[in-house]
Design a protein around this ligand. Sequence first.
Ligand SMILES: [Fe+2]
Ligand SMILES: [Fe+2]
Length: 291
Amino acid sequence: MMTFDTSSRDAVVTAALRRASSLAMLPETATRVIQLASDPNVTMGRLAEVIETSPELCARILRIVNSAFYGFPGEVRSIQRATTLMGLESVRNVTVAASLTRVFQGRSLSATFSPKDIWTHSVAVGTATRLLAEAAVPTLAEEAFLAGMLHDIGLMMELQMDRAKLSSVVAVVEAGQADVLGAEEAAFGATHQDFGAALLTAWGLPSSLSITAQYHHSPLPLPAQHRLVPALVYTAERLVAGVDRVFLLDDRSSIVSDDLLECFSMSRDRLVAVTAELPAALDEGSRLFVQ
Ligand SMILES: [Fe+2]
Ligand SMILES: [Fe+2]
């Protein structure tokens, strides 16, 4: 594993986690589902019971499960049925995804930028990551989707910690005085990559998600066994930027290098085909998670 610098950065991140009461950001039902999903003795029935304590979450999950993302034959009408069809990890992932809309909220950070923009971006990147993964490594599609949805969650931690500082970061980036990582280093002493990785580890989600959060601005130097999901998310960000959904707080390039495609063994032609499917997928993602 690569290590990231100094102990002072670690101290900043640890203090942030403590102050931000990390688990309070995720609704309680989702936290319970994550805990249960890591219990080897849990039954699917028990998992469904916990989800059913939140009618709002149930409705969202059923909407997602019945969408084109899953394409199960026939309509899935109950959480019990959904859990049986999907299995433990899928249920956990979809529960977290369905819970996130409430996490990305808050007043605007500048005249043109608000937490909702971070959410819209996260859904677009998650959706594009899923599409890419379905073409490249279908067994990872869902984990990659959640990794894409959560890659910038460190920004929400910064918001919760100190919204004035995050506003100053947005102002510096908007003025073109620094990129987001540089502006965050100066303001917080760490970046949204550091905060996000620590948060996802604290939430008990798979390590590929925290590794993606930590390295999503430059995945290529990662060792091969950790590179796949971060590379998919990074590529998805480039594709999303290429269809006119440029995100202020990111590398805004839409160029996908050959090195990147090699990480998940995709040909340039296949990428072009996937890109052609992107607008419809982004509409579906936005319909399910943003509207
Ligand atoms: Fe991003
Ligand atoms: Fe980012």
